[in-house]
Design a protein around this ligand. Structure first.
Ligand SMILES: Cc1cc2nc3c(=O)[nH]c(=O)nc-3n(C[C@H](O)[C@H](O)[C@H](O)COP(=O)(O)O)c2cc1C
Length: 206
């Protein structure tokens, strides 16, 4: 699926072609930033949580590409709070060894990336913002994986809230795990869960 590839081109073009100056009529936002080949909306709507994966690991070069894209997430003060750990065979073994009954679930995907945020207890506002930024980075990573036809799953296993899980992945106490991202070849479609009416969540204030 080709959805996000032309984002940078498209936004550059839109900025140059449609920027309105004094005396110009304002351009409606939905036209201003839209390009024929930028199907961001489709990517957002069709990305799914997948729990079934093909066996072939994702090329580390591609993982690097996804992580690099993820770092374009918004980040207050540009603290770069995120850490992405691509799990190799030894790290996976160590994690499975402390997972008990949960080990089988860890084997569902050929590629695992543990994502954490640096925490700064002395500055709770920064800690919160950094956590949110890391969540946004994970979402960017999921969308980028979807764009490349991969299946992905954002998991928050209890194990990575515990010291033994973090120790297995060499995650220090100064970081908070935000997700264990499963990645791998797409094997089957996943049904979209109902999102409910937007009226339930959109509150218009006078
Ligand atoms: C912060 C976060 C944590 C999640 N943790 C889990 C998890 O531990 N187990 C799980 O089955 N799904 C987890 N999910 C995935 C959600 O269940 C999933 O996004 C939701 O069902 C909507 O499905 P969709 O992603 O296909 O739209 C998590 C999602 C987020 C954003």
């Amino acid at each position: 699926m080709v959805v996000l590839r032309h984002l940078s081109q498209a936004s550059g073009h839109a900025g140059a072609a449609h920027r309105s100056g004094p005396g110009e009529r304002p351009v409606h936002a939905s036209h201003r930033y839209r390009s024929a080949d930028m199907e961001l909306e489709a990517a957002i709507r069709t990305r799914r949580t997948h729990k079934v994966f093909g066996a072939e690991p994702v090329d580390p070069v591609l993982v690097r590409e996804l992580v690099e894209l993820a770092t374009w997430a918004p980040n207050h003060h540009l603290t770069r709070p995120w850490r992405f750990r691509l799990l190799g065979p030894s790290a996976r073994q160590r994690l499975e060894a402390v997972a008990g009954d949960g080990a089988a679930k860890l084997r569902r995907a050929p590629t695992l990336v543990a994502v954490s945020a640096l925490s700064t207890p002395e500055d709770p506002v920064r800690s919160q913002e950094d956590l949110l930024a890391t969540g946004a980075a994970i979402y960017a990573l999921l969308l980028a994986a979807h764009d490349r036809g991969l299946a992905a799953y954002w998991r928050t296993p209890d194990l990575l809230r515990r010291p033994e899980g973090c120790a297995a992945l060499e995650i220090p106490a100064t970081e908070t795990v935000v997700g264990l991202v499963y990645l791998g070849p797409l094997r089957q479609p996943a049904a979209p869960p109902d999102r409910g009416p937007v009226e339930d969540v959109l509150i218009s204030l006078d």
